[in-house]
Design a protein around this ligand. Sequence first.
Ligand SMILES: [Zn+2]
Ligand SMILES: [Zn+2]
Length: 342
Amino acid sequence: MKVAVYTGPREPFRIEERPTPTPGPDEVLVRIGRCGICATDVSTWTGDAGMETNKVYGHEFAGEVVARGDRVRGMPIGALVTAQCVTACGRCEECARGHLCFCPEWKQHPTGGFGQYMTLPEREAYVLPPPLTLEDGALVEPLAVGLRGVKLADVGAGDRVLVLGAGPIGLCAAYWAKRRGAAQVVVVAPSDRRRSFALAMGADAFVLNASGPSDVANATEARIRDALGGPPDLVFECAGFPGAVMQAMNAIRAKGTIVCMGYGLHPETIQTGVPLFKELCVRFSMTYDRSDYQEVIATLAAGHLEPRCMITKTIPLEALTATIEGLVARAPECKVMVDPWA
Ligand SMILES: [Zn+2]
Ligand SMILES: [Zn+2]
């Protein structure tokens, strides 16, 4: 099978032939159909994420079951499946609730979605019912990230919600906040190129933060209040740039909740008097559990397929290096999918 191997910071991915893996007794072999490129794949490639070299990454994958181990009973050949971003022991309490990233023995999948095949334990595979496609399946992971953040914020009817950042995670947060009853959802980002995506994902308004991060503190903050009809009750920080958390603290109403989902790689300075004076609740959210995955799949399968709008491009493995280079340089893409068979 063909795979794209991460060889080191800003080095080209090595396209390599490897033996197709054989599923263990409790595993299925999955022919990968699509794998989304995530911001963490970008920071893996730049070296900022400090990830191991000589590995095949890609954690937003979906594929078709093409072979089964002897003990597999529930997963038919031909089923379309996806799975969480890591694999885990299957025996501990966290595994019991399907929160695999918190399993003490979690590890990366032996081969990720930037390759043609991977093996998955049957217990970790989620079947994608009709009418879901492999592209929909590859969107389940980022949608589950967004859903978990929205659940932790306890979004309720009538809430005014601000989303900082319009990358796929910010867009997913807007989608779920609206679906879960928020009265007004406003997405703010420093470039207009995501306006149409934000509106298509359910946001009521998009506010351009054109003059840079510090602008949120003055002119943009006033426009956000206008668009929301008051200061936000909840803020999803999905930007991850230095200063974003402080911006959220300045913008939000007293006793509001901020959920940080941006993958910040740099130290963040917080003037603690602001959250203290407002008695803010600040939470962090990264992954998801089984119930989040199930809810995402059920919601998409019920026909709420707006997230498809995020897919702007599909590329072969050979184009991975150039595409990620482009994403570093802020190419006008939203969610790029890899088709390892293209
Ligand atoms: Zn991701
Ligand atoms: Zn475990």
